[in-house]
Ligand binder design. Structure first.
Ligand code: TPP
Ligand code: SF4
Length: 247
């Protein structure tokens, strides 16, 4: 973490809880840079997370009010905070398992209701914290602790799901493209409507090892190769490309 970002961290924070090479640390740094560039008042901001590795991004690290809630219920808690005090900026940061599996119903209905929340989903395509179980975002055929012969199911396209549910602002970024990611995070935070940013954030420990990546670097390289900006493309994306951009 750059020293200039330390002012946004609680003084007792000396390290993050993430494994070496985890994408969540890059997302954490990108989010703080977005906050810094916007000049966001941390005293008027509440960060809400569920349970999972990604849920440790804001809590207990950020020097602001942080709510570390129940698994899957971050959006429900955030909705309550916003209703109770509409002047607060409410930012949810959690994982794909937390937000899209057990918490999927809260997510789509908050988008449908267009609540003024910013929801940032760290998508590592697996349940990292609990041992690498299959998530609703795990690509078909990929290996997890609960799909040792390959996931037989189709994954959610999370950004399209939330867009389809009615969210006015939806973007997908990746930790391998931090400058674009910071731009999406800034727009989402500045929005006064429901804003959703899906962030592709590799989990080398649970996902990378099972899917035969030699190192975290190899996972980042592969993610970088897959990323394609769909907004500039007039033609269909190549097979296997991961579309990034604003939906
Ligand atoms: C009600 C309930 N069910 C299950 C769990 C176990 N659990 C904790 S975190 C988690 C999944 C986390 O995955 P994700 O949100 O993708 O975050 P990651 O760890 O991958 O960053 C699960 C299943 C729990 N804590 N509470
Ligand atoms: S288990 Fe995966 S998601 Fe969790 S901290 Fe380690 S690398 Fe990151």
């Amino acid at each position: 973490m750059a020293r200039s970002m330390e002012k946004y961290l609680r003084p007792e924070v000396v390290t993050t809880p993430f494994c070496p090479g985890c994408g969540h640390g890059v997302l954490m740094g990108s989010l703080l840079r977005a906050i810094d560039q916007l000049g966001l008042d941390m005293d008027q901001t509440v960060f809400v997370s569920g349970i999972g590795c990604a849920a440790w991004i804001p809590s207990p690290n950020f020097a602001a009010d942080t709510l570390h809630t129940l698994h899957g219920r971050a959006v429900a808690f955030a909705s309550g905070v916003k209703k109770a005090n509409p002047d607060l900026k409410v930012i949810v940061v959690s994982g794909d398992g937390d937000l899209a599996s057990i918490g999927g119903n809260h997510l789509i209905h908050a988008a449908r209701r267009n609540l003024d929340l910013t929801v940032i989903c760290a998508n590592n395509m697996i349940y990292g914290m609990t041992g690498g179980q299959m998530a609703p975002t795990t690509p078909q055929g990929h290996l997890t602790a609960t799909s040792v012969k390959g996931n037989p199911y189709r994954p959610f396209d999370l950004s399209k799901l939330v867009k389809g549910a009615g969210a006015p602002y939806v973007a997908r970024g990746a930790v391998v493209r931090p400058y674009e990611l910071i731009g999406y995070l800034k727009k989402a935070i500045a929005s006064e409507e429901f804003a959703f940013v899906e962030v592709m954030s590799p989990c080398p420990t649970q996902y990378g090892r099972r899917n035969k990546y030699d190192s975290p670097g190899a996972m980042y390289d592969r993610l970088g190769e897959m990323c394609a900006n769909f907004s500039d493309a007039d033609c269909p994306l190549p097979e296997g490309a991961l579309p990034l951009g604003e939906f």
